[in-house]
Design a binder for this molecule. Structure first.
Ligand code: GLA
Length: 719
């Protein structure tokens, strides 16, 4: 609910309040935290609002703000910069605040909005207008916000900075968690205790990147806040502490190479940012998950069963024929697997990764005809999925020969190749038309049920012959990329899309708006996945994270039962050559798939609660609990050298204290016996269970090189 109370704008979500004071020409952030009752006055929160200040360097008159103009005699980062006639300084002054029906944005933004308020500011120097929107939702505590600059001047202006969210707090320290990494090590958690100066993460790679995910947690004065962006391009998150005892948090698109010219009447709309406040991180996680499922994911797929798939990539790489793929599908179908995904190598002359991207024509000689292969696979009762990498072009391709100008490249300069490929220039409308025509035709004619949409290199040499100013490139790229995804997903409403970017290098809410799943990482080693998955699930729901059981040729050698326990917390599948599996392995897979399907609703959509943390303990785990707490799944993992839950205790979480539950361990091929017991919720959550003695079953084979063990449990309320 959004209300105006005297001079205050009170933006209430279910349990949080954000209160902004409206002064004559300034807006002041006076409160963000637990929901407050409606009072007529909040002036006791105010830091004062002095336009003139006696101090020479005044940390902008000490008021806490939700926007900050460039060049306002302040040390901390500004949130908006507009240049007119060579003047870089701005002074955006508050004009009005009104409840509005919504807003226009060329970028994806939250669906099913509740109320929205728009604050308007005018720059007394350039006369440009800044609008700032705040939206609340009926069902969760997330508040969404973004800004836009409108050229209300008589001549062109240039925007060189436009952050989406800014919050100021009175504090001298902040604890920050970010989810950073590399290719094959995405979204691993890093904690920073900031007591002064400026902390910044960003991407300038043209994708959100593995290096720094835009999701960030900041703890200030005992309150835990989560921040994220509905955006897939360059981004920037800042936490800054001034010696005057102010902490500023900002998030938005990166101003790297941003020089966005606006003619009179034109506007630039920043990506939508989201924030949530709670007393505990687990509530931030829960609210972010709810928000993504209810307001970001395509409603055709949110809460829908995600199929158990088999992907041929790690099984065959480029070395396959249509018959080989069919054999894989046949074996997989006999184990109950529901979909075959044909990965890279089915098109053009692509038998290695140095050619054919952009030639989206099937290699009939190799596949026996794509449509024919899809039909054969469907005749097994399976769905058919296909890999594409539309935003790329290989210099060795027919399309490049015909249209070299489709590639991102600066005229007269040899562009940098990565994985022997270049990015398509999506700022060129012809590229958008080409890709939407060719892909819609391909998906429809083949009858695909699923698409894995890859993006395997970061951007360099950004240039489009279609732009008069290359400072628009990174923004306009995504305007058109999202338009492409909109056209394709609307033309193929029943196709499930999974985003991939060299694994998980573009894992964000902007892409999830169109693609309900993102491949978590090219690293399918179950041990490493524990870190990647724990980091990912702090901010993103498990149904959005692709996770597969892969071949066992990684270290440590983790048993297929544990590989299952770990992958089964995501959009689940297998990724190896199943035609090489022995009968006993096939039997294990069959049982796993059937168990997964039986508990799929909870595994994919149960409320995720972390037990312990792989980052700081040997024993870790997670639970997936139904809304009514009547049923839950749990996974417990012990990674100690000598393993077997040795002397380790842990408790379940998220259950009803007074309810009686039956706990059943999933039967594992490497463990003898069936383990079941009943206990009350309070005991399960507080007792500290000794799993080694409690499980009380012999381990048949030496488990996972003696250094790794895991169990999955089903927990059901019986009274
Ligand atoms: C990327 C993806 C992989 C696979 C290959 C195919 O690396 O992350 O899963 O699809 O491309 O080339």
């Amino acid at each position: 609910m959004i209300k105006f109370i005297n001079n205050y704008l009170k933006i209430d979500s279910k349990n949080n309040s954000l209160i902004i004071a409206k002064h004559d020409n300034r807006s002041e952030l006076v409160y963000y935290g637990k929901k407050l009752a409606d009072h007529s006055d909040y002036s006791y929160f105010s830091s004062g609002c002095k336009d003139k200040c006696f101090a020479s360097n005044c940390d902008h008159t000490n008021i806490r703000s939700v926007i900050a103009s460039n060049g306002e005699c302040a040390q901390k980062s500004s949130s908006v910069g507009v240049v007119k006639n060579g003047i870089f300084s701005n002074r955006f002054e508050y004009v009005s605040a009104n409840i509005v029906d919504g807003f226009y944005s060329p970028l994806p933004n939250a669906r099913n909005k509740g109320q929205t308020v728009c604050l308007e500011y005018v720059d007394v120097i350039s006369k440009a207008t800044l609008k700032q929107y705040f939206t609340v939702f009926d069902d969760c505590d997330v508040i969404a916000t973004h800004t836009e600059v409108i050229n209300t001047c008589e001549c062109p202006i240039t925007v060189n900075k436009l952050m989406s969210l800014q919050l100021d707090f009175i504090a001298l320290e902040a604890k920050i968690s970010t989810f950073d990494g590399t290719w094959t090590n995405e979204r691993t958690r890093h904690n920073t205790h900031l007591t002064g100066g400026r902390f910044e993460i960003s991407s300038a790679l043209g994708i959100t990147s593995a290096e720094h995910n835009p999701f960030m947690i900041v703890e200030i004065n005992g309150g835990v806040m989560g921040f994220n962006l509905v955006w897939s391009g360059n981004h920037k998150e800042v936490v800054e502490i001034s010696p005057y005892g102010r902490v500023r948090v900002q998030t938005g698109m990166n101003d790297y190479q941003l020089n966005y010219e606006l003619k009179p009447g034109e506007k630039l709309v920043a990506p939508e940012a989201v924030m949530v406040y709670a007393k505990e991180e687990k509530t931030v996680t829960n609210q972010m998950h709810k928000f993504i499922l209810n307001h970001i994911i395509n409603p055709n797929f949110a809460y829908k069963d995600r199929p158990v798939l088999i992907n041929n990539w790690e099984g065959t790489y480029f070395d396959f024929t249509g018959d080989k793929i069919y054999e894989i599908a046949e074996k997989a179908a006999s184990c109950g697997i529901e979909m075959l995904v044909l990965d890279d190598g089915w098109f053009g002359v692509r038998n290695s990764d140095d050619c054919s991207l952009g030639d989206w024509v099937d290699n009939v000689e190799k596949t026996g005809g794509l449509k024919n292969l899809a039909d054969r696979i469907k005749s097994l009762g399976m769905k058919f999925g296909l890999w594409v990498e539309p935003e790329m072009i290989s210099p060795k391709s027919d399309i490049f020969e015909a249209h070299p100008e489709y590639a991102q490249a600066i005229p007269g300069v040899e562009p940098i190749e990565r994985r022997w490929q270049l990015c398509m220039d999506l700022c060129n409308p012809e590229v958008l038309e080409y890709l939407s025509d060719v892909l819609i035709k391909l998906f429809k004619e083949t009858g695909v049920d699923y698409v894995k949409w890859d993006h395997n290199r970061s951007m360099s040499d950004v240039y489009s012959k279609c732009l008069d100013n290359q400072g628009k490139y990174f923004y306009n790229y995504y305007v058109n990329q999202y338009e492409l995804l909109k056209r394709i997903t609307e033309a193929c409403p029943n196709v499930l899309f999974e985003s991939c970017s060299s694994g998980g290098c573009r894992f964000d809410m902007g892409i999830q708006y169109f693609m309900p799943q993102c491949w978590g990482s090219d690293n399918t080693n179950a041990f490493d996945r524990l870190f990647i998955q724990e980091g990912t699930l702090v901010g993103y729901p498990q149904s959005t994270m692709g996770a597969h059981v892969a071949a066992a040729n990684t270290l440590p050698n983790i048993n297929i039962e544990s590989r299952f326990n770990i992958a089964a917390v995501g959009a689940f599948g297998y990724e190896f050559d199943i035609t090489k599996s022995t009968d006993s392995e096939l039997d294990i897979i069959k049982k796993q798939v059937s168990y997964y399907k039986e508990h799929r609703k909870l595994l994919q959509y149960g409320n995720y609660i972390r037990l312990g943390s792989i980052f700081d303990s040997d024993l870790t785990g997670w639970m997936l609990v139904s809304d009514d707490k009547c049923e839950a799944m749990a996974v417990v993992v012990d990674k100690t050298e000598n393993g077997r839950f040795k002397y380790q205790r842990f408790s379940f979480a998220g259950l009803e204290e007074t309810a009686l539950y039956k706990v059943s361990m999933r039967p594992q091929a490497n463990v003898d016996g069936i383990f079941e017991f009943t206990a009350y919720g309070d005991a399960l959550m507080n007792g500290g269970l000794d799993f080694y003695s409690m499980v009380n079953c012999e381990i048949k084979e030496k488990e996972e090189s003696g250094r790794f063990a895991s169990r999955m449990f089903h927990i059901k309320k019986i009274n």
